[in-house]
Design a protein. Structure first.
Length: 418
């Protein structure tokens, strides 16, 4: 076989190997063999191309593989410039280390592997950590129930104080988001807690009755620890009567019995009131439309008065049913006489008026147009009352373990105009 034929075959073989056709560009991660190691410079042979050099600040990386480099080692570096003043490819260990680190962080995100980190700092939004040399953040909402800063009234100063008490502590986390282009690393302690508690949570089901100890009291409800788990009793599930502040009825350390009403992943929602008889079940035996009753003003609002008739039964006197009385002249705690104008046991609603029933009816139906407006206002009152009953403290830091999802409400139907 001639030399020409041999050269052609060799060329074909080289062309089959795509690496010989690939010229690196700035930003590429390339692999080569260390040719020499000097104090401030390392020479690297890049196969099929030319020699490269790593020098100055680009020598330093927090990745362990770039320490103790010696001649003959195979190593990766990032292309900074294809040709420097000496004709060499300018390379960087620093950038290569960053690329490898972010690739490692992304792999942690995909795998869901848990790792241990130390809390370095705290701010009002969460905690600062460092993982593989990259600064990361744990939002308050991604803390486990054990470290979540539950503060009555959502006082930001006290929340920050609680978070600062965690500085220096080592915790297990999982990577939620790792994005090198934005230099963003978000991690979660809560995901680790959920994984650890998964088997224990599986032992319980909706309708199970549990006994536990109150661990925190907030404006939107109380947290109860039981069987190494924690559940939330929303303010609307604490009692059948209206509650403005859970602290009026409960305190940390109280022992309570509750029933599980929902399990959503790691979130467990409980109810105390569902273990008690519904006082509205036989309300019509005690109260009737037209009856004159004495009530205590619990709260005044722009749309009317919330009134306590007894410990369990509360009613609403809409602003249109106050007659000659001005709402600004009525104070919380005042006792007044009312007339019952509507009673809906299934909806847990009782309407009151400061005018006698017949007079109230005259206000309602002087003519068709006014009747429509009054009916619309009644619907608005029901909507506002529902909001008050389901209110949550927006100042409290948001957390998945803290609040149940709000039930969707439909828009009130307007009466057809005549």
């Amino acid at each position: 076989m001639s030399d020409t034929t041999t050269n052609k075959q060799d060329l074909k073989e080289l062309l089959k190997d795509r690496t010989y056709l690939q010229i690196p560009k700035a930003g590429d991660l390339v692999k080569g063999t260390v040719l020499s190691v000097a104090k401030n410079e390392i020479k690297i042979d890049l196969p099929s191309y030319r020699a490269g050099v790593v020098r100055g600040n680009e020598l330093y990386s927090e990745a362990e593989e770039f320490s103790n480099i010696k001649q003959g080692d195979e190593i990766e570096a990032t292309v900074v410039d294809l040709e420097n003043e000496n004709g060499d490819v300018e390379l960087s260990f620093k950038f290569a280390g960053q690329q490898k680190t972010w690739a490692r962080l992304e792999e942690l995100r995909r795998s869901g592997e848990k790792v241990s980190v130390k809390i370095l700092e705290a701010n009002k939004g969460g905690l600062i950590i460092k993982l593989y040399g990259v600064v990361g953040f744990i939002p308050v909402s991604q803390l486990s129930p054990d470290n979540y800063p539950r503060v009555q009234g959502g006082d930001k100063g006290k929340i920050l104080e609680r978070l600062r008490s965690l500085v220096g502590k080592e915790i297990a986390i999982k990577v939620l988001d790792a994005l090198q282009s934005e230099n963003k690393l978000i991690v979660s302690e809560k995901l680790v807690w959920e994984e650890d508690k998964k088997e224990n949570i599986a032992k319980f089901k909706v309708s199970d009755v549990v006994e536990g100890e109150i661990t925190a009291v907030t404006n939107f409800g109380v947290f109860v620890k039981f069987s190494d788990l924690e559940g939330l009793i929303h303010i609307s599930e604490l009692a059948w009567q209206r509650i403005d502040n859970p602290q009026d009825l409960f305190k940390v350390g109280d022992k309570v019995k509750a029933v599980i009403v929902n399990i959503a992943g790691s979130r467990i929602f409980l109810s105390i009131k569902k273990l008690q008889d519904d006082p509205w079940k036989d309300v019509d035996k005690k109260y009737q439309v037209g009856q004159k009753v004495k009530g205590k003003i619990l709260k005044t609002n722009s749309f009317g008065l919330f009134v306590e008739l007894d410990r369990d039964i509360h009613g609403l006197a809409h602003i249109t049913a106050l007659g000659k009385h001005k709402i600004e002249d009525i104070k919380e705690g005042d006792e007044m006489e009312f007339f019952i104008i509507s009673l809906e046991p299934k909806e847990h609603r009782l309407g009151l008026s400061l005018e006698e029933l017949k007079e109230a009816e005259k206000v309602k139906k002087p003519e068709a147009k006014k009747e429509v407006k009054v009916e619309e206002k009644k619907e608005e009152a029901k909507k506002e009352e529902a909001k008050e009953e389901k209110k949550e403290d927006v100042k409290e830091p948001a957390a998945e373990t803290a609040e149940p999802e709000k039930k969707k409400r439909g828009r009130p139907k307007k009466a057809d105009k005549k």
